[in-house]
Design a protein around this ligand. Structure first.
Ligand code: FRU
Length: 376
């Protein structure tokens, strides 16, 4: 009987343990961003939005703030802390390739996105055809300068792969279309560096018709500096993140920008496909879209506003659902605790009663034995 009670209590405890384990997270995803800016903020929001739909996974995003050393440390942190998969946008290919190879060879799946490494030591890659974007930018430059003209090109960071592609595509197409790249400099993807470079180039070159910058932050810097120089120069950027690039086009700060898709949600889906053994595309090159200029910037901004509105509604709903589950799991734990306490109480009561009955039975036996002895 004793044993039976123990069995029941054991089963109830196992059930409650199982109940709490069921809600535990299975997969940990580490995202290593090389930088922290408007484009990556948009992407990180997409990642966070997508993870809301996958309660079996959590994500931690780290930014290397443009430092190779910090990014190497971030990737090692994910590997050393048992993350199941690492998603990384390498700051500079040469500097980050060895650590990616190291974790990949150690058996941790790696997804590389946006900026690439040297070689293909990754489980999957998601990126954009940067040569194609460069080519589209050159086509647009020609549309702005039908008779050809002089262009200054402001590159991204020297060792990062999109800068190479964006230059290659532009330079090739520009040559075919009678556009001269008369000067170029590295703006390192940021406003400050680009502003300094454009300033000194405009001091040297008098006759500039257009500035092609590898991203919108640098394009806005070019526009600000050109205005300071009192020059009317056409400006083209890349990225088309709503808050910066598209707004700059709508405000006529720059003439055009090209969408550099983020698609953060896709990274999370690929990561979960890899982790759960489902099929995935090893090399995903996202499609290009046409230029964002004054003809469509306003509508894109409006669309973005309604997307933000919907996102905040989804976030609210998600917080309601989380709340509900928190309350539900607290109530479930309480329920199981009550059952355990009740069972223990019954067990104790049973033991006390049994002891009482046994004592009584024993006393009765003794009394009848006494009686027999007395009679004798
Ligand atoms: C953001 C960014 C973008 C650019 C991309 C290239 O960090 O600089 O502006 O398009 O990286 O990797």
């Amino acid at each position: 009987m004793h044993r039976k009670i123990c069995h029941i209590i054991f089963i109830v405890i196992m059930l409650s343990v199982f109940q709490s384990c069921k809600e535990e997270t299975k997969y940990r995803i580490g995202v290593s961003q090389c930088s922290n800016d408007d484009w990556r903020t948009k992407m990180n929001e997409e990642i966070q939005r997508e993870i809301m739909f996958h309660p079996e996974a959590t994500v931690e995003i780290r930014s290397a703030d443009d430092s190779n050393e910090k990014q190497i440390a971030d990737i090692r942190y994910f590997a050393d802390n048992g993350f199941d998969i690492i998603i990384a946008a390498p700051n500079e290919a040469d500097a980050i390739t060895p650590v990616i190879e190291e974790v990949y060879d150690a058996g941790i799946p790696v997804i590389v996105f946006d900026r690439n490494i040297n070689g293909d030591s990754y489980t999957a890659y998601q990126g954009v055809d940067n040569v194609g974007i460069g080519k589209s930018a050159a086509d647009y430059a020609r549309h702005l300068l039908p008779d050809g003209g002089n262009v200054i090109e402001i590159h991204g960071l020297a060792g990062s792969t999109p800068a190479v592609g964006r230059h290659e595509g532009f330079a090739k197409e520009a040559e075919l279309k009678g556009i001269d790249i008369i000067a170029s400099a590295y703006g390192n993807w940021n406003y400050e560096d680009a502003a300094i470079k454009v300033d000194s180039l405009l001091n040297i070159y008098e006759d500039v018709d257009l500035i092609y910058a590898h991203n919108d932050r640098m394009a806005i810097a070019a526009s600000d500096v050109a205005r300071k120089h009192g020059k009317d120069i056409r400006i083209i950027g890349i990225d088309a993140a709503p808050e910066i690039g598209i707004k700059a086009v709508a405000d006529s700060v720059i003439d055009a920008t090209f969408l550099y898709p983020t698609e953060g949600y896709r990274l999370i889906r690929t990561a979960l496909n890899i982790l759960s053994g489902r099929p995935y595309e090893r090399e995903k090159i996202l499609p290009l879209s046409s230029a964002v200029d004054l003809s469509n910037a306003d509508i894109l901004l409006l669309q973005n506003e309604s997307l933000e509105e919907e996102t905040s509604k989804i976030k609210y709903l998600k917080s309601q659902v989380d709340d509900y589950w928190n309350r539900h799991s607290a109530q479930t734990s309480l329920f199981y605790a009550m059952i355990i306490i009740l069972l223990l109480l019954f067990g104790v009561l049973f033991l006390v009663l049994r002891a009482f009955w046994q004592r009584k039975k024993h006393q009765n036996v003794l009394m009848s034995q006494n009686k027999i002895l007395e009679e004798q």
